[in-house]
Design a protein around this ligand. Structure first.
Ligand code: TRP
Length: 362
């Protein structure tokens, strides 16, 4: 069982085998100009993404849904979803972006007012600053608590499941409070919303998320099927990305400042934090030269792959120099830290303008 509200580490291969998630690597050659994270195996799994890929190649309509639970500060790990949304937006997709204030009320004890403030100041501001265009006609950003169409759809979805199913998927029991039990059904409704008449009727939807959200995807696909007769819905596709490793080597977590680089950090602090990151370096320089670095265990290398270097050849070069022991961790850290500083200087400028737009969206 995967618990979407707990933060635990995951065995990606096991998940692929156990839950019937397909590997992106098996279809990468069919994707035209694949998004960087797909190409690099960070987006590693999917359900029915081949269907979405066909629609992209034929220039046909589809929608993308991904939500945010407004519970705290945004960190660079959250940037991964935004990068994917930008890619889909370039392909002409409709974007439907829920802010899950009902979920954060139920699962994180967050008031509606505070959730709205976090949504605007952290999430929407940074989404825009990172390059997403939220002002286009085919973008729908909303708060769950204020969306009547969503709430009606949630009610319809609820009729197609029962306590036994929620218990099997989430481990809920008789003492689980009813708001928490409704949170996943709200998310089901978020994912199905682009298919209602008001948004043009049934269509293929893709949900790019972290693997912890897969229980919601499974539930949604099941309920979509059961609603096919009444509303004509089809099942949504999904993609799954790996989590960003925290600076300490554990999962990056908003609530643990020593693991995370927050997007509102000043450039100096961001650069400094990079220098605290765990590397794949050996005990001594001699060993490093003989054995090479452990590049796949290195948080610095991961930052380069996920966020800081676009050029594939450049990444490959760094990888090889590290593995052969030519590259020293110290030098690599200094360079990465500088790249992070530049990145954050640029982001700072963009955040100022973005925050004004963000204020007008909800
Ligand atoms: N549950 C998600 C989270 O914890 C937020 C979310 C709400 C979501 N609705 C969604 C994600 C719809 C994907 C699709 O971050």
């Amino acid at each position: 069982m995967i618990d979407p509200w707990a933060s635990t580490s995951v065995d990606y291969d096991k998940l692929v085998n156990q839950f019937g998630i397909q590997k992106i690597s098996d279809m990468i050659s069919e994707i035209k100009d694949p998004q960087r994270l797909m190409k690099r195996g960070v987006v590693f799994g999917h359900r029915e993404f081949d269907e979405i890929n066909k629609l992209i190649n034929k220039n046909e309509d589809f929608a993308v849904v991904t939500g945010m639970m407004p519970s705290g500060q945004m960190h660079i790990g959250h940037k991964m979803v935004v990068d994917q949304l930008i890619w889909y937006q370039d392909k002409g997709a409709m974007l439907s972006l829920p802010i899950a204030d009902l979920e954060s009320y139920a699962a994180r004890d967050m008031s509606f007012d505070k959730a709205r403030k976090i949504a605007v100041e952290e999430y929407l501001t940074n989404w825009i600053a990172l390059g997403l265009d939220l002002e286009r006609d085919n973008v729908n950003v909303y708060l769950q608590s204020e969306n009547k169409l969503l709430q009606d759809l949630e009610f319809k979805a609820s009729r197609k499941t029962n306590f036994n199913q929620l218990k099997a998927i989430y481990g809920f029991d008789e003492s689980t409070n009813m708001a928490h039990m409704q949170a996943p059904l709200m998310q089901v409704a978020d994912i199905l919303l682009p298919q209602i008449e008001e948004f043009g009727g049934p269509k293929k939807v893709v949900v790019p998320v972290g693997i912890d959200q897969d229980p919601h995807i499974r539930l949604t696909r099941d309920i979509a099927h059961r609603l096919s007769e009444e509303l004509g819905f089809i099942s949504p596709a999904s993609t799954y990305h790996r989590f960003l490793t925290g600076l300490t080597g554990d999962k990056m977590s908003s609530s643990k400042p020593s693991t995370a680089i927050y997007l509102n950090e000043d450039p100096e602090t961001a650069a400094k934090k990079v220098k605290t990151a765990k590397t794949g370096g050996r005990e001594s320089l001699k060993e490093q030269e003989e054995l090479g670095g452990e590049v796949d265990k290195c948080v610095i290398y991961e930052m380069l792959v996920y966020h800081l270097i676009d050029d594939d050849e450049e990444i490959e070069k760094i990888r090889e120099e590290c593995l052969s022991g030519q590259l020293r961790c110290g030098d690599c850290k200094v360079r990465t830290s500088e790249l992070m500083r530049e990145y954050f200087e640029d982001l700072k400028d963009k955040q100022i303008e973005a925050s004004e737009i963000a204020e007008t969206l909800l």
